[in-house]
Design a protein around this ligand. Structure first.
Ligand SMILES: NC(=O)c1ccc[n+]([C@@H]2O[C@H](COP(=O)([O-])OP(=O)(O)OC[C@H]3O[C@@H](n4cnc5c(N)ncnc54)[C@H](OP(=O)(O)O)[C@@H]3O)[C@@H](O)[C@H]2O)c1
Length: 341
C-alpha cells in the first residue's frame, strides 16, 4: 500500500498478501489548492519494464474532463502483476501510453469536479478502481470518470479503504455473482490469507456460508478471526479429514488449479478460479460447474462493500505501507517466500 498522507501501522500478520500492499502518500496540500498547482509528485515509468523503471518525480497534475473528478490521493494500493500487463502500457487502441503512472486502487478526497458532474462535490472522501489502461494513483492527484468513485467507508482509514476496491470486488463477484453462494452452504477458500482470499473468507461468512480455508500455520489465527470455521494447510489435508464435500471452492492463487481441488467439490457444486481458466473436461468429469471470470468495476457493488465495511463486517488485511517515493519496492518480490496452502 502506498500512502501519501496517512501512514499507518502495518500488518496484522508477518505474512504479506501482496495485493494489499499500500503506498502511503505524504503531503501537505489541501484539496482547495488544486487550481493553483500545475505539477505534483508521482511515480512514473518512461519505458516498459519492472520496478527498476519506476521514477519518483514531478509530473503534470492531470486534466479534469467534463465527466471527471480530480481526487487528491491519500493512499493507493498495488497490484503486483500490473507492470507485466499490456493494458498498463497501452491505451485502449493499442497506442503507447508512456510515461505511465501505476497503482489503480485508491482512497482520497475529491479536489475538483468537471462541469457535467452533479452528484459529487469537492471535499467528499471517496475510493475506487481505475481502468488499467488509464494513469493510476501512485501520485498526489488522479483524475477519473465520476462513475469510478464511490464514497469510501469512513470507519476505515484511507490506507484500509484503498486496499478494498479490486480485491473486494473480485471476492464479491466470485462468491455472490458467479458462485451464487447461499446461506448454509459449505465454501472452501484456497489461499485464505491472500489479498482476495482474506476478503473472500469474510464475504462467504457474511453470505451465511460455513467457511473452510487454506493457510500456513502463521496465518491460521488471522484466517479464523476473519470468519473461517476451519483452516487447513492444503487441499489434501481437507480431503483427509473425511468431511462432506464443498458446495463452492474458490481458488485464489496463481497457476493451474491443483487437480485435487476438483474432487473437493460436490457433484453439482461450483469451482471458481481467478488466475487462469480451469480444465473444463476435468470439471465435467466431476460433475461440477467450472467458472473463470475477470473482475469488472461496479459502483453499485462497491457501495455494497462500503456498507459491509461500515457495519464492521469487512476487515482489510494490510501487509505493509510504504511512502510514495519508495513505490518501486512494492512492485518487487514479496518479503516472505511463498508456501503452498
Ligand atoms: N480474475 C480476476 O479478475 C482477478 C482479480 C484479482 C486477482 N486475480 C488473481 O488472483 C490471484 C490472487 O490475487 P491476490 O491479490 O489475492 O494474491 P496474493 O495476495 O498473493 O494471495 C495469494 C494467496 O494464495 C496463496 N497461495 C499461493 N500459492 C499457493 C499454493 N500453491 N497453494 C496454496 N495457496 C497458495 C498465498 O498463500 P501464502 O500467503 O501462504 O503464500 C496467498 O494466501 C492472482 O493470480 C491475481 O492475478 C484475478
Amino acid at each position: 500500500m502506498l500512502s501519501l498522507r496517512e501512514p499507518v501501522p502495518i500488518s496484522h500478520t508477518q505474512r504479506c498478501p501482496a495485493s494489499l500492499l499500500t503506498i502511503a502518500l505524504k503531503g501537505t496540500s489541501s484539496h482547495k489548492v488544486r487550481s493553483a498547482m500545475s505539477t505534483m509528485k508521482a511515480v512514473r515509468a518512461h519505458k516498459r519494464g519492472g520496478p527498476e523503471v519506476l521514477r519518483y518525480e514531478d509530473a503534470p497534475v492531470p486534466e479534469v474532463g467534463a465527466n471527471e473528478v480530480l481526487v487528491e490521493v491519500n493512499a493507493a494500493a498495488v497490484t503486483p502483476g500490473e507492470l507485466a500487463w499490456d493494458e498498463t502500457w497501452q491505451s485502449a487502441d493499442g497506442a503507447d501510453r508512456t510515461p505511465i503512472i501505476p497503482s489503480h486502487e485508491f482512497s482520497g478526497v475529491i479536489a475538483q469536479v468537471g462541469g457535467d458532474v452533479r452528484s459529487l462535490t469537492p471535499g467528499t472522501q471517496v475510493y475506487g478502481l481505475i481502468d488499467f489502461n488509464h494513469d493510476g494513483a501512485a501520485a498526489e492527484y488522479v483524475s477519473l470518470p465520476q462513475e469510478g468513485v464511490v464514497p469510501r467507508p469512513v470507519r476505515l482509514s484511507h490506507v484500509e479503504s484503498a486496499a478494498l476496491p479490486l480485491a473486494a470486488l473480485t471476492a464479491w463477484q466470485a462468491l455472490a455473482d458467479r458462485a451464487r453462494v447461499q446461506p448454509g452452504e459449505r465454501v472452501f477458500i484456497q489461499g485464505g490469507a491472500g489479498g482476495v482470499g482474506s476478503l473472500a473468507v469474510q464475504f462467504a461468512k457474511a453470505l451465511g456460508a460455513e467457511v473452510t480455508a487454506t493457510a500456513i500455520d502463521d496465518d491460521v489465527p488471522l484466517v479464523k478471526t476473519l470468519g473461517a470455521a476451519g483452516v487447513v494447510p492444503s487441499v489434501s489435508a481437507a480431503r483427509s479429514r473425511g468431511e462432506p464435500l464443498f458446495d463452492v471452492l474458490l481458488n485464489t492463487f496463481g497457476g493451474p488449479v491443483p487437480v485435487e481441488s476438483y474432487g473437493l467439490v460436490r457433484p453439482g457444486g461450483r469451482l471458481v478460479t481467478l488466475a487462469q481458466p480451469l480444465d473444463q473436461s476435468m470439471a465435467e468429469r466431476h460433475g461440477i460447474q467450472g467458472i473463470f471470470f475477470v473482475v469488472a468495476s461496479d459502483p453499485g457493488e462497491l457501495r455494497r462493500i462500503t456498507d459491509l465495511a461500515e457495519q464492521g463486517k469487512l476487515r482489510p488485511v494490510i501487509a505493509r505501507t510504504l511512502p510514495l517515493a519508495d513505490a518501486s519496492i512494492a512492485y518487487g518480490p514479496p518479503p516472505a517466500p511463498r508456501r503452498p496452502g
